[in-house]
Design a protein. Structure first.
Length: 258
């Protein structure tokens, strides 16, 4: 039987990957480190404590691709050789995930499509009587997209209890605060027949206990997170949605990550 990753190990992985992401973002000159750091703990919990062989994971907020690559690499799903190409010409590892990379289930370059893809997989599994849950990680900004709301209604109508949507609620979208408050999003999902709950997005114990729960209805978790979590200079600062750390900032930021 495979050994479970302990809470202490999860925290150590969080620290290690935060440091790694600061370096990788700087080297590759890629944006969206703030977004990576806001949803990293959710993905670590999923990959190291929750996902089983019959489960699926879709990163709808494709701009957090580097965090997904880092987690998949730590799990041994993305090889050292592939991970080493990040930021280089010809690499498969772009700023948004694409098909053809081991462990990536959906290309999510245009935002707002992950929940539709996840709902389709969940319905197919339900019709087939297949085991497993489909997890979709969305940004809070994506909850305003019409395609997300169509998938919400579809999943509610078909009572897709094997579908779990997690919103990385870092309270920013692109160049400003989110336009529609989470409370409104939660109301809309409630009305569409989903089970909804607000949870802390950086607490491994809370994340695991909630994400493991099953329900007869599709489930929405609004996870309260912080943009740039773990790097004090970046936390809740809009500029880290689009900036990458300079060479000079890397050492300073890495030193501060606990
Ligand atoms: Mg956001």
């Amino acid at each position: 039987m495979m050994k479970m990753t302990s809470l202490q190990e999860l925290k150590a992985i969080g620290t290690e990957l935060r440091k790694e992401l600061v370096v990788k973002h700087s080297e590759a000159k890629m944006a969206h480190i703030g977004s990576d750091l806001s949803c990293l703990d959710i993905m670590i919990t999923l990959y190291f404590r929750v996902l089983g062989k019959d489960d699926h994971f879709i990163l709808s907020k494709g701009h957090a691709a580097l965090a997904l690559y880092a987690v998949l690499h730590k799990k041994g799903i993305i090889t050292d050789q592939v991970y080493g190409t990040l930021g280089k010409n010809g690499s498969m590892l772009g700023e948004h995930p694409i098909y053809g990379i081991k462990g990536i289930e959906a290309a999510t370059g245009s935002l707002g499509h992950g929940l539709s893809i996840g709902a389709g997989i969940a319905l197919a599994k339900k019709l087939d009587g297949s085991k497993g849950t489909v997890y979709v990680l969305l940004s809070d900004g994506e909850c305003q997209e019409g395609s997300t709301l169509e998938a919400m209604n579809f999943a509610g109508l078909h009572k897709l209890g094997n579908l779990v949507a997690i919103v990385d609620s870092n309270k920013f979208q692109a160049y400003d605060r989110t336009l529609i408050p989470d409370s409104q999003v939660q109301k809309e999902f409630d009305t569409a027949g989903w089970t909804t709950k607000r949870i802390p997005g950086h607490d491994f114990i809370e994340l695991e206990s909630n994400l493991r729960k099953t329900s007869a209805a599709p489930t929405l978790y609004i996870a309260d997170t912080v943009l740039g979590k773990g790097v004090s200079d970046m936390e809740d600062k809009l500029e880290w949605h689009y900036k990458s750390p300079t060479k000079e900032q890397v050492d300073e930021f890495v030193k501060k990550i606990k």
